[in-house]
Design a binder for this molecule. Structure first.
Ligand code: UT7
Length: 334
């Protein structure tokens, strides 16, 4: 019997208009374009400035484009998974709000938080529903308004993050295209290196937590960097070995965009030519759950049916992993 696989059959994305470049950042904190470009590789990031707009608005815009591009009736969507660390509210789920904003009237929906690996974990989750034969059309969206949890007085974190959203449609495939394999990991022992101190059930919001600036991203860069380099590279190489894939067999690596040096180390470990690595960190920074779909969106016209692609991430938790998929359509015909 032919195996049922979950294949990505369309991509939509949205980034806000406002561009926060390194020059403007250098006027806000003691930093420079030279330091940010050399250490991280980011030139600019997008910021959502619209009053009252949140991650759901970014996600809804990405999904609107996805529905239009694929000619999909919103009422045909069975499930929406929203990967985010910046939900509109602690509850209800941002996915519920997005369903309302995009008329996904027949979908059930939930949020998934796996830090920067959220999109990867979410498409793995979605693929299980499709492989089981339960659902036919699932949307996974990564939507982040990182600017709301970024401390623009902290030079060690504020250059890193940006806002944006990307969404994919997943559908059943019987041609052996789509998601072939996933290797996913979590190690909560790394949690103290990258987290938000307050606003949850351990340290609820209070005057003191606000005064101590505890509602922003707290990161100890070095330990996160070291773990990201080894684990993202290891899990990508492991996926290649598991499927006997050589660098020549691979068409693309789609890496999480946190630091150009982490991406380069991963590609090097895989023996991949830089021309096969999707990199747009320079223009968007780290958009957390949105980095992978934003890459796929920008590279869509270059993707060909049958392309071997590895997606790889590392993020807060710690969480990390890789997914091996065979691309299901010719992107230049969209
Ligand atoms: O997506 C989720 C996962 N996150 C990641 O993967 C991020 C992993 N970490 C990193 O990418 C890097 O650790 C950072 C980009 C965050 C920092 O780069 P680094 O090379 O690890 O720098 P560092 O933290 O060791 O700091 C080196 C120096 C320090 O000065 P001293 O102590 O050597 O005098 C910092 O104070 O650079 C200084 N520094 C800055 N200087 C100018 C830190 N931030 C800045 C800045 N501008 N923005």
């Amino acid at each position: 019997m032919t195996k049922l696989r979950a294949a990505i059959t369309g991509i939509g994305a949205y980034v806000p208009e406002y561009v926060l470049n390194n020059e403007e950042l250098s006027r806000m904190v003691d930093t420079s374009d030279e330091w940010i470009m050399t250490r991280v590789g980011i030139k600019e990031r997008r910021i959502l400035k619209t009053p009252g707009a949140g991650s759901s608005d970014l996600g809804a815009a990405a999904i609107q484009q996805l529905l239009e591009k694929t000619g999909t009736n919103p009422e045909d969507i069975d499930l929406l998974i929203c990967a985010t660390v910046t939900p509109d509210h602690p509850f209800p789920a941002t996915s519920a709000i997005i369903c309302d904003k995009t008329n996904l009237k027949n979908a059930f929906a939930f949020d998934l938080n796996a830090g920067c690996s959220g999109f990867l974990f979410a498409i793995n989750t979605a693929s299980q529903f499709i492989e089981a034969g339960n659902y036919k059309k699932i949307i996974v969206v990564g939507a982040e308004k990182m600017s709301t949890i970024t401390d623009y007085t902290d030079r060690t974190t504020c250059p890193l993050f940006g806002d944006g959203a990307g969404a994919v449609l997943l559908e059943p495939n019987t041609e052996d295209l789509g998601i072939i394999d996933s290797i996913l990991h979590t190690d909560g022992a790394g949690r103290q290196y990258l987290y938000m101190k307050a606003g949850g059930s351990v340290h609820p919001s209070s005057k003191a937590t606000v005064e101590n600036r505890e509602h922003f991203i707290h990161q100890e860069g070095q330990p996160v960097f070291k773990a990201a380099v080894s684990r993202m590279a290891d899990v990508s190489a492991e996926m290649m070995e598991k499927h006997n894939l050589t660098a020549d067999d691979l068409a693309w690596l789609v890496p999480h965009q946190a630091n150009l040096r982490i991406i380069d180390a991963t590609a090097k470990r895989m023996g991949l030519d830089p021309s096969k690595v999707m990199i747009n960190i320079e223009r968007y920074g780290n958009t957390t759950s949105a980095t992978l779909p934003l890459c796929l969106w920008e590279w869509e016209s270059k993707l060909k049916k049958g392309d071997n692609i590895i997606l790889a991430t590392f993020g807060a938790g710690f969480t990390w992993g890789s997914i091996y998929l065979k691309w299901a359509y010719d992107g230049d015909k969209i």
